[in-house]
Design a protein around this ligand. Structure first.
Ligand code: TYM
Length: 334
């Protein structure tokens, strides 16, 4: 008998175009994992309501994320691709898991504190219980591995805690899922301004989106923070320069990288040239993906079909977990 494949799940919020952080933190791993695992990938439309209550662009944004997942190489024949609000059981499991989550730990979550600071007029309960909804997404499929960037590590730790508490209280139902990256370490793709990570909400001009035009990519890269260069051999690298090398490692050839690394070492590096090269390599990397996204977005019927089929498969799989959950909790009345 064929060995049952381990289950993988991950999601992305539809709060605008995806960027290189989403691509290298999440999407490249999704594409690799679909070959060997039973994969569920979804668009987190419900999570986006915690920060984006205006839904006038939601449908378009959900379709954009689906198109981007497809453009990145996710094959709907291999992985189940769906939209979060199409999976009915998620809201129910979220309710049950809320009884396993304590106010104190939710208030201490880094992402909650960050968002509460960013939107002081809308510190809603959904924002506070965001990690519980995320745990429901993961546990409803009994997932073992969750490919995400470094910023999601704490949410995974909380998911394991909720799963452990549930299992302890009602009997073993859930595995304890782990954050996953093929390169062993979880990644954080830096922004171009030397401050923090690329992000949909914080720094548009220092973030390269997969839908940016060639011109815009060049403009953003050329504006990246640098200085006048090292004056002593083997000087330690400031973080904003290290970031440029990190981006180069992702999109440039080994030779290009080696050339600029040795130029840095012997103090002959010219950051203007380095950024020009990085910009061209970035354009070469992003433009085919952008063109595929545009092409797929033009075929709305195809995107709708993928979403409908994905919803059916995801619901079928999740309904089995929900029976286990209700039975374990004693909510099976007849
Ligand atoms: P979101 O939509 O912010 O980001 C989607 C994925 O992209 C990764 N990512 C990054 N990785 C490296 N460097 C960066 N600069 C960078 N920026 C973003 C994120 O780590 C993530 O993997 N809470 C999640 C969505 C979610 C989810 C889930 C994820 C909801 N339910 C269940 C996994 C499992 C989020 O906001 O991701």
């Amino acid at each position: 008998m064929e060995k049952k494949k381990e289950i993988v799940l991950s999601g992305i919020r539809p709060t605008g175009s995806l960027h290189l952080g989403n691509y290298f933190g999440a999407l490249t791993n999704y594409v690799k994992m679909q070959e060997d695992f039973d994969c569920y990938f979804f668009v987190a439309d419900l999570h986006s309501l915690t920060t984006h209550p205006d839904t006038s662009e939601l449908k378009e944004n959900v379709k954009n994320v689906i198109a981007t997942m497809l453009a990145a190489g996710i094959d709907p024949e291999k992985a189940t691709l769906y939209n979060q609000s199409h999976l009915q059981g998620t809201a129910e499991l979220y309710l049950y898991l809320n009884m396993m989550a304590y106010k104190g730990e939710l208030e201490k979550t880094v992402t909650f504190k960050e968002k509460a600071r960013q939107q002081p007029d809308n510190v809603n309960a959904g924002l506070l219980t965001y990690p519980v909804l995320q745990a429901a997404d993961i546990l409803i499929h009994l997932a073992k591995y969750v490919p995400v960037g470094k910023d999601q590590e704490q949410h995974l730790e909380m998911t394991r805690n909720f799963a452990k508490r549930f299992n302890h209280r009602y009997g073993e139902v859930f595995p304890e899922p782990e954050a996953f990256n093929f390169n062993q370490k979880l990644v954080k793709i830096p922004s171009l301004d030397g401050e923090g990570k690329m992000s949909k909400s914080v720094n548009e001009n220092a973030t390269i989106y997969l839908t940016d035009s060639d011109e815009l990519i060049r403009k953003k890269v050329m504006k990246a923070k640098t200085d006048s260069g090292p004056t002593e051999r083997d000087s330690p690298m400031p973080e904003y320069i290290e970031n440029l090398f990190q981006l180069m490692r992702l999109v440039s050839t080994q030779d290009t990288l080696a050339h600029f690394e040795s130029a840095y070492k012997n103090c002959t590096v010219r950051y203007g040239d380095m950024k020009k090269q990085l910009a061209e390599d970035m354009v070469g990397f992003v433009s085919p993906i952008r063109n595929r996204i545009t092409e797929i977005m033009e075929d709305e019927a195809y995107i709708n079909k993928i979403m409908a089929e994905g919803a059916e498969k995801a619901n079928e799989h999740a309904s089995k977990t929900m029976s286990l959950v209700r039975n374990a909790m004693g909510l099976n009345y007849f």
